[in-house]
Design a protein around this ligand. Structure first.
Ligand code: G6P
Ligand code: MG
Length: 217
């Protein structure tokens, strides 16, 4: 049976990818690197430092660790300016209804995000009260596709991995769920998220009865 749902944040509950892209694009430009929306797919679900590494790879550049950390900080400052202005209106379709339904049925709910800004974003969008546990970039050593973030989520909720259903929009995140022995709903495009057990366009397609169907797989 499924007892808990673990949610990724960016791209599943809120669309912060546009703000990440804006900030990285600006930074890439100052380095003379052309960074496109298409390239941005590769940054989904991966850590801040790893994101910069990917951008440098695209530009064929290398950089000292120290300078990389300084640039990450600069990017995050830009990003936080947009996050500070976020409102509950930026919650993606179907999210609040599904979280309410889960709560009403007694399912446990955790966040499993790579972001170090997760808590702040949940506060800004008023989603925080729905969560029984929050595991984010501040609590994990190994980023997705390592299952650490979701395994820690299961542990915090007191459930087994096979009792969890993960919601993910990133390829690395779906892999993390599967690596952790969990069932996974991909949020996005079926051809991209082919490793997921099922793929939905957004959470308007989810319901308790749909969740119960997923217990059969
Ligand atoms: C999420 C996003 C990634 C981002 C990561 C770290 O997983 O999908 O694009 O790089 O969080 O976010 P942070 O807020 O810590 O920079
Ligand atoms: Mg995501």
């Amino acid at each position: 049976t499924i007892k808990a749902c673990l949610f990724d944040l960016d791209g599943v509950l809120v669309d912060t990818a546009v703000y990440h892209f804006k900030a990285w694009h600006q930074l890439a430009q100052t380095m003379g690197i052309e960074f496109t929306e298409h390239d941005n797919e590769r940054l989904k679900g991966v850590s801040r430092v790893r994101s910069l590494e990917i951008i440098l790879e695209i530009g064929g550049k290398t950089m000292a660790q120290e300078q990389m950390l300084a640039l990450c900080e600069q990017k995050n400052k830009e990003y936080l300016e947009d996050v500070a202005k976020m409102t509950p209106e930026e919650i993606l379709p179907g999210v609040v209804d599904f979280l309410k339904a889960l709560k009403a049925e007694g399912y446990k709910i955790a966040l499993g995000s790579a972001s170090k800004n997760a808590q702040l974003i949940l506060e800004r969008t008023e989603l925080l009260p729905y969560f029984d546990a929050i595991i984010d970039g501040r609590h994990v050593v190994n980023g997705k596709p390592d299952p650490e973030v979701f395994l820690k989520g299961a542990e915090a909720l007191g459930v087994q991995p096979q009792e969890c259903l993960v919601f993910e929009d990133a390829v690395a995140g779906v892999e993390a769920a599967k690596n952790g022995g969990m069932r996974c709903v991909g949020v996005g495009q079926p051809d991209v998220l082919s490793q997921a057990d099922v793929v939905v366009k957004d959470l308007t397609e989810m319901s308790i009865s749909r969740l119960k169907e997923l217990e059969q797989i």
